[in-house]
Design a protein around this ligand. Structure first.
Ligand code: BGC
Length: 419
């Protein structure tokens, strides 16, 4: 067993926070920004119909009904203010940070590499190293260069080569300053939102396309992982997989069976395509869902986040145990957190999560890190800017950053846990 501290966490455990390029950088041009400009007015007009039964509707309706909410624009301008933002990692006594490279900046046109963007990410990494912060780099977090999307994105098998070429180019440039690489963030969520729910670009409802995209992304991961290992044998390559913990709300056989089936199609159906080509598995855990019969029901007893997700932080223990024993690879919690503008639940959430992780570690789950989502308030995809996931709050009008009280508390806890 690895050397453990009194807290039960391994000595070199990664404690950090996560972001993704499009959600914090500002000033991007990719398939999402095109989509945002085309759809902002419609989204604002539909907000009441879609969100009126959310617990926070009264508080967010002014923002949610405004087209500007659905346009990422400059956001908090993290692209230029990253040094200031990294100071918060240090203030919270963190030793790790997960972020994504924006492919559309690095390769704005097919085969044209933007040396300024590459130099930016090099400098970004050096800044983390200067602060002794271990980077975890994501290569694809939902956004695509416009030219790649216009060629059909991951719908076409022949396009996989473009992604592998980008992975090769950027990691050859960034080189040995990185150990952990995530090729693709939440492949299943991307397919489901874009090709089934039609919440995201390219907004095509096609089960066939969803299936193709899923198959092509798995191949893209496999090929990219091979290429990355050729660049450096010591790279640890993985994916970040979202997991909702499904549980039966009663003892009825149908509820038990449905929970198992939901869990399978959400997790295993995807993970089994990737796991042989992963050195570790990233886990994004946000919520549990209660199944009665063959349907999911909200629980009246539970609390809900601002985006109406059931808050069950301690269930992370079961999610970790299940994935750890089934796949036998090191696990890294690559995202975990909640939309909580008033910071009412965050401290409690983190406390319960730490206890859940300690319990999983006691049962010998090989857990190597925890990344809170998110370091900063950010652009929450189809919801736009109103959901507030950040440990650091951002006033989008002035750009002013403020550490939320729960984050101040988390920083004190980390000091103790890491001592
Ligand atoms: C995604 C993030 C997103 C978060 C909260 C994850 O599914 O990777 O981009 O902001 O969940 O919804």
């Amino acid at each position: 067993m690895k050397h453990r501290q009194n807290s039960g966490f391994p000595r070199h455990f990664l404690w950090g926070a996560a972001t993704a390029s499009h959600q914090v950088e500002g000033g991007n041009h990719n398939q999402w920004t095109v989509w945002e400009l085309e759809n902002a007015k419609t989204k604002a007009a539909q907000a009441e119909y879609q969100l009126h039964d959310y617990p926070t509707w009264d508080k967010v309706k002014a923002e949610a009904k405004t087209p500007d909410n659905y346009v990422s624009g400059d956001l908090g301008d993290h692209y230029h203010r990253y040094k200031e933002d990294f100071e918060y990692l240090e203030k919270m006594n963190m030793n790790a940070y997960r972020f994504s490279i924006e492919w559309s900046r690095v390769e704005p046109e097919e085969g044209v590499w933007n040396s300024e963007a590459i130099a930016h990410y090099k400098e970004y990494l050096s800044e983390l190293h200067r602060r002794n912060i271990e980077p975890v780099v994501t290569l694809l977090h939902f956004t695509l260069p416009v030219w790649f999307a216009e060629k059909g994105g991951f719908e076409k098998r022949s396009n996989i080569a473009y992604f592998v070429r980008y992975a090769d180019k950027i990691m050859t440039e960034l080189g040995n300053s990185v150990r952990f690489i995530i090729t693709i963030n939440e492949p299943e969520v991307y397919g489901f939102e874009s090709y089934y729910l039609q919440n995201w670009p390219p907004n095509k409802a096609s089960l066939y396309k969803m299936w193709r995209v899923s198959a092509n992304q798995a191949t893209a991961h496999r090929k990219a992982a091979k290429t990355l290992h050729e660049i450096n044998r010591r790279y640890k390559v993985g994916i970040a997989k979202n997991t909702t913990y499904f549980f039966a709300g009663d003892n009825a056989w149908l509820s038990q069976l449905s929970a198992t089936i939901f869990q399978y199609f959400q997790d295993d159906y995807f993970i089994k395509k990737y796991i042989r080509h992963c050195d570790f598995l990233g886990v994004n855990y946000y919520q549990s869902q209660r199944v009665f019969g063959y349907r999911i029901f909200n629980s009246e007893k539970a609390d809900y986040s601002d985006v109406d997700w059931m808050l069950a932080p301690s269930d992370i223990e079961y999610a970790l145990e299940r994935l750890g024993s089934k796949y036998k690879k090191p696990l890294m919690i690559t995202e975990n957190g909640l939309a909580d503008a008033e910071d009412a639940y965050r401290e409690w959430w983190i406390k319960e999560t730490i206890i859940g992780m300690q319990k999983a570690l006691k049962k010998n789950v090989d857990l190597i890190g925890y990344f809170h989502w998110s370091l900063l308030d950010n652009f929450e995809w189809a919801y736009g800017k109103w959901p507030r996931f950040g440990l650091v709050a951002i006033d989008y009008k002035t750009g002013k950053r403020t550490l939320r009280p729960s984050a101040v508390w988390f920083g004190r806890v980390l000091k103790k846990l890491r001592s």
